[in-house]
Design a protein. Structure first.
Length: 231
């Protein structure tokens, strides 16, 4: 039987003790091939050259901040699909929301539990594998092709972050049914998350903006959450 290929993870972090801690626990977990970079510029270069399966990205980095690295990676079609876990000592909500708006898939503050980081990485990678096997979805002028990670409105491709894509896909799969904010957060992130449920509102607002006139298909159900209109 052929061995399951290792998932390639790039760790972009300037604190050696954090890199050592992550490296130790990811190697212990097994199934990961690791690469590291100690500043934002080097991390961006390695991400483009190696096209890893996952990136752990610190927010405070020399040469180029992590938010800028994330923004560049998520705006480039060649690297947009790579999941990003932001890692930082800054726990302010604005940093968290900005990181997620730039396309980060999750956010962990230091000090962190290495075991929790490994579990989060595995959850995000599992979610990506599940998307590849799903059929196309359509609602009004909107179509989703999970295998290609594409969203089109009236045939025109719309660029969404990975979280916006997952949010729209979840709503389309449950068309007509109200989805509570905390449930959406759980479903989109793939596990119980401590992220504020207002993050869902931020993503819905940005999703509507990107969908343009088709954005009103996402209804706000006051006091509960959101749903996709049936007609």
């Amino acid at each position: 039987m052929d061995a399951v290929p290792s998932k390639r993870i790039l760790i972009v972090e300037d604190e050696k003790d954090v890199v050592d801690l992550l490296t130790l626990n990811l190697r212990k977990a097994g199934g990961f091939a690791l690469s590291t970079a100690s500043d934002g510029t080097a991390g961006l270069t390695k991400a483009r050259a190696e096209s890893p399966d996952f990136i752990i990205l610190d927010l405070m980095l020399p040469k180029m901040p992590g938010l800028e690295v994330c923004k560049i990676l998520k705006s480039d079609p060649a690297t947009r699909h790579i999941p990003v876990l932001m890692l930082t000592a800054r726990a302010e909500e604005i940093d968290r929301i900005v990181g997620l708006e730039f396309g980060a898939d999750d956010y962990v503050t230091k000090p962190f539990s290495p075991r929790e980081v490994v579990l989060r990485i595995k959850a995000i990678l599992r979610r990506g594998n599940a998307e590849e096997t799903q059929d196309r979805l359509s609602a009004g002028p909107i179509t989703i092709d999970p295998a290609r990670h594409e969203v089109r409105v009236n045939g025109k491709r719309i660029d969404l972050t990975s979280l916006e894509f997952k949010l729209l896909r979840t709503l389309m799969q449950r068309r007509g049914r109200v989805q509570e904010r905390d449930r959406l957060l759980n479903e989109v992130w793939g596990y119980e998350s401590m992220i504020d449920t207002r993050t869902v509102d931020t993503h819905v607002r940005r999703l509507r903006e990107k969908l343009g006139k088709a954005g009103d298909i996402v209804e706000t159900v006051r006091g509960f959450g959101y749903r996709l209109r049936e007609k």
